[in-house]
Design a protein around this ligand. Sequence first.
Ligand code: AMP
Ligand code: ZN
Length: 453
Amino acid sequence: MTEIKLYNTKSRKKEAFEPIRAEDVRMYVCGPTVYDRAHIGNARPVIVFDMLYRLLRHVYGAEHVTYVRNFTDVDDKINAKAADTGRTIGEITEETIGWYLEDMAAVGALEPNAMPRATGYIAEMIAMIEALIEKGHAYAAEGHALFRVRSYENYGALSGRDVDDMIAGARVEVAPYKEDPMDFVLWKPSSEDQPGWESPWGRGRPGWHIECSAMAKALLGDTFDIHGGGLDLQFPHHEDEIAQSCCANDTSEMAKVWMHNEMLQVEGKKMSKSLGNFFTVRDLLAQGVPGEVIRFVFLSTHYRKPMDWTEKKREEAEATLRKWRGMIQGVETGDVSNALLASLADDLNTAGAIAELHRLATAGEVGALKASAEMIGLLNDDMGAWAKGQDMSAYEAMLFEARQTAMQTKDFSDVDRLKAAFVEAGLEVRMSKEGVELVPSAGFDLSKLEELT
Ligand code: AMP
Ligand code: ZN
């Protein structure tokens, strides 16, 4: 069996991955808060952990991997959006979830096995908070329930920072009902116009962190294999998840391996609305950037490195994929390259995997190219529609002009040479007085045309 090595944030080392139970490898990834279209940064954890999901399925068997990614559908940002637009929370979250699934499918992400919504697990959250209070790790005050951070000695172990340093660097809300400013909210009261559920602490709603702890426990158990998310979630979100889960479940760890993807930037700058470089996955798709091209650009950078989205990378990715799509037309799928698998198994070295695809293309190993690209979610049929409508007009003009010249000179050798090259590339050549038409047939190979230009 391929040995997978993963960088564990907790140990700050690359470790050989050993699942708790190889027949059921379990992974949880923090999903989006659903009030708006996913921006391209949001697609990074989706593509990174989709890659890990694919690798785990390949190694352990598709039916032996359970991947859970939640939707946070109760949050003050959603409430604010409802207030701004006059729409209901249900309409907003439903629509946003639909968009999210569409956009992530467009970049080739497989759907996780379960996509729980926080509002479906309120009872589990309340039960977990009650357990925490009973064990002395949490307390109720003024309609709130709060986690007593000082009661958990391992708090901060994930990010490897001292509690006091961490708190000093974070914006900690001081509130009269807190015993200690670092205690965080498990439950908070809702006003009449805010979404709320009855609880032992009055009508209210959960804090964000408890959502993941409750959903992960319900769907994956008290301790599971891998927990992932963006680097921005490491503190406080993941520290808080660990504190809640380990204290409520009496376990020493919530997940064995913690993985964090680095952030995405645009043209070397942090993406922000004020810089005008903020855009969504849908914006790119609407501009005609194929989802497959977006995926390729993402995979070209290792997940633990900051990633830069640039126009240049987009263009190069598109040219490469077009060329490879031309090469694999009508080719039978071969075997997945071992070198590609070895790269992926080495802490998801997707850049190395893409380098291997380039090598296979250069070596003309097209069957292996097809199989290996499919393994990482590229060059499969359902993502290929964008490359089908190839623009032949430049080549048509080339042949048309050659014929005009030949009519004058009576030398048709250039025309014959071009025609032969087009046929060789798998194009049907239709010539009439009006013009030239080139129609790709089954064996069409775009890379053969490149030699003409
Ligand atoms: P949110 O909806 O803000 O909680 O984010 C959903 C996911 O997207 C989380 O895993 C974040 O870490 C991740 N994320 C947000 N912004 C970026 C970014 N610029 N680059 C990479 N990941 C991001
Ligand atoms: Zn989470």
